[in-house]
Design a protein around this ligand. Structure first.
Ligand SMILES: [Zn+2]
Ligand SMILES: [Zn+2]
Length: 149
């Protein structure tokens, strides 16, 4: 019977794309076997069905400390590279996920102005475009003048 480690790595493409974030070095190891439908790999370890990246982490580092979940530093759920994985609390995992979504969300406003330092005003955790605010203010003034005339 093929050793479980061999069966695992037969399903891994170690020449995957580079990490989506700078925190993780090198390229991702992409799981090419079956998935669980949520972007995570599934693997039969000989006695039970396991999540591929969890198996890879435990194979490399040992047991995941109780109460902790694995965070993909590279932001690729299909990645099983051990040094792209970090055991963190569930709260930290959620916080990182939300931060990732926020940062990745937009680099420009709907009108196409860049959300850079000079043009971005932060209010209640969301970003406002200063250029759009100026345009809206000018439009408002023009409207007032038209009404007054
Ligand atoms: Zn990765
Ligand atoms: Zn704008």
């Amino acid at each position: 019977m093929t050793p479980v480690t061999d069966r695992f790595f037969e399903r891994v493409d170690k020449a995957g794309p580079i990490s989506l974030r700078r925190g993780a070095k090198g390229n991702c190891w992409i799981w090419t076997g079956a998935g669980d439908g949520h972007g995570y790999g599934r693997f039969w370890d000989g006695s039970k069905q396991v999540i591929a990246h969890r198996w890879a982490y435990q194979h490399h580092y040992g047991a995941i400390p109780s109460g902790l979940v694995l965070d993909h530093l590279c932001r690729r759920t299909a990645c099983v590279r051990p040094d792209h994985l970090e055991a963190v609390t569930q709260a930290e995992n959620v916080r990182r996920g939300l931060a990732g979504l926020f940062n990745a969300r937009k680099t420009h406003c709907r009108a196409g102005h860049a959300y850079d330092e000079a043009n971005t005003r932060r209010r209640n955790g969301r970003r406002d475009c200063r250029a759009c605010a100026r345009i809206a203010a000018a439009r408002y003034r023009a409207q007032k003048e038209t009404q007054a005339a």
